[in-house]
Design a protein around this ligand. Structure first.
Ligand code: ADP
Ligand code: ADP
Length: 217
């Protein structure tokens, strides 16, 4: 079973797609942003540390992030594969992931890059509403919930993430281009990158991802 790294800028649709792929492929989703937000809600030390960086739109330090992913990958549900969503985000994290997987006798099968224009990323983040209970995401215009302000899946209230505010959005997109976009070449050079058109509707992006993953595994 595959280890798949979903790449794409903030708002590209990684979380939306990872949730659907989880169902279709039966793989666990490791979303570092969700893990940090869970820690934040539970007021753990890790959550307090991460909050400072998240609120500013900056990346949480590599050592902290890698340690969290290492723990998550060591759980039994990841023995046969996982969908990584939002990790790695730096070259150092990518190298650490290669090493963690090598220790498990595994390696990355595929890196789908969900490509979306920066202008569209901004519009996606500006209209994103997230569910309190489980992090399901909706969009005011592109993917509205059936009932305004309520999650379709679990009925919990929807909120706008603090880091989706206008100032922070721009910084997050800059950080993506400075620190994360170089990973595209890192994976392209290893023959793992496959580009997916992320401006298609959600269902079509899903179909393209499933086809690419099935072909690679
Ligand atoms: P990411 O995890 O990459 O930051 P999300 O999955 O949270 O992105 O999606 C960002 C926003 O864009 C959400 O509001 C989501 O509903 C919306 N969205 C996701 N995919 C699409 C798509 N293909 N077309 C239009 N809107 C989308
Ligand atoms: P989005 O899906 O909009 O890109 P995420 O939910 O993945 O946002 O991440 C939110 C924030 O959590 C990031 O802006 C960053 O501060 C922190 N974060 C998430 N993943 C990582 C990571 N791999 N390395 C460092 N910081 C991260």
């Amino acid at each position: 079973m595959p280890f798949v790294v979903l790449m794409g800028g903030p708002g590209a649709g990684k979380g939306t797609q990872a949730r659907q792929l989880k169902e279709t492929l039966g793989l666990p989703q490791i979303a570092t942003g969700d893990l940090f937000r869970e820690n934040l809600q539970n007021e753990t030390e890790l959550g307090k540390l991460a909050k400072r960086y998240m609120d500013a739109g900056e990346l949480v330090p590599d050592e902290v992030t890698v340690a969290m992913v290492k723990e998550r990958l060591s759980r039994p549900d990841c023995a046969n594969g996982a969908l990584l969503d939002g990790f790695p985000r730096t070259i150092a994290q990518a190298r650490a992931l290669d090493q963690l997987l090598a220790e498990m006798g595994e390696r990355i099968s595929l890196v789908p890059y969900i490509h979306v224009d920066p202008d569209v990323l901004l519009r996606r983040l500006a209209g994103r509403w997230t569910c309190r209970a489980n992090g399901h995401v909706f969009h005011l215009i592109f993917n509205p919930p059936k009932e305004p302000g309520i999650c379709d899946y679990d009925g919990s209230p929807l909120y706008q993430r603090a880091d989706d505010s206008e100032e922070t959005q721009k910084r997050r997109i800059e950080v993506y281009f400075e620190q994360t976009a170089p990973l595209l070449d890192y994976y392209r050079d290893r023959g793992l990158l496959v580009e997916i058109d992320g401006e298609q509707d959600i269902e079509q992006v899903h179909r393209d991802l499933v086809a690419a993953i099935q072909k690679a595994s």
